[in-house]
Write a protein that binds this ligand. Sequence first.
Ligand SMILES: Nc1ncnc2c1ncn2[C@@H]1O[C@H](COP(=O)(O)OP(=O)(O)OP(=O)(O)O)[C@@H](O)[C@H]1O
Ligand SMILES: [Mg+2]
Length: 229
Amino acid sequence: MDRVSTGIFGLDEMLEGGFPKGRAVLIAGEPGSGKTTFGLQFLMKGVQAGEPGVFVSLDETVEHVEEDMAAYGWNFRAAMKDRKFDFIDMIPTRFIELKLDGVLHLITERVKSLRATRAVVDPITAFLFTEKDEYQRRLHLIRIFETLSSLGCTSLITTTLGARLHDEFSAEEYLSHGVVRMRLTTSATGAVRAMQVPKMRGINHDKAIHPYVFQGGKGLVVYPKEAVL
Ligand SMILES: Nc1ncnc2c1ncn2[C@@H]1O[C@H](COP(=O)(O)OP(=O)(O)OP(=O)(O)O)[C@@H](O)[C@H]1O
Ligand SMILES: [Mg+2]
């Protein structure tokens, strides 16, 4: 299976080279765990590699995202000018008006126009709020994953993870091709941010829990040789 570099320092090593190409991976994390950072870092890696990417933001404007990510030195404006990066500001009122079909149509247009091979939807939770019926929610998810895969994109979908340590798998986790979990936990030395890949179809990946940090000038850095005890 072809791989796509994740852009997260240390993570490719846990995945034998990167995410499986053309698949949809769920980034499930607690509030503030770095889901948005993860998604943008993945796209900026693509920009470096000449692989255009589209970011679909369901909760933040481009101005706020730029401010939040200032520490990492990513030049979104230059990437947009070079047509290597596109930011779709999908505020909730807009997608409620457009409904799922409209949203998927818009994403498809923008991905095609940029010839993007990477896409991020952050977070999916807002999409699913509009649908109360569990069966319909699953259908929504399948349609989103399928649309992104059929466009030839390697995609990340972010979702919020509950604070319990041993959460059961959610529908999102069952339906996606792979899952990366991020949480804040307590180790012998105090609070530590921990990353784990519980699932990645088709890959013999590392399943252990490893520490990670936010590092200025770089972004997310995971330490695959260190364990969280
Ligand atoms: N300059 C910085 N240096 C180190 N860590 C930082 C810096 N700026 C932000 N952070 C960390 O990044 C976190 C926010 O990252 P991010 O926005 O990617 O998280 P998120 O999971 O998308 O959050 P949300 O659930 O609110 O969407 C903060 O909680 C903070 O711990
Ligand atoms: Mg976020």
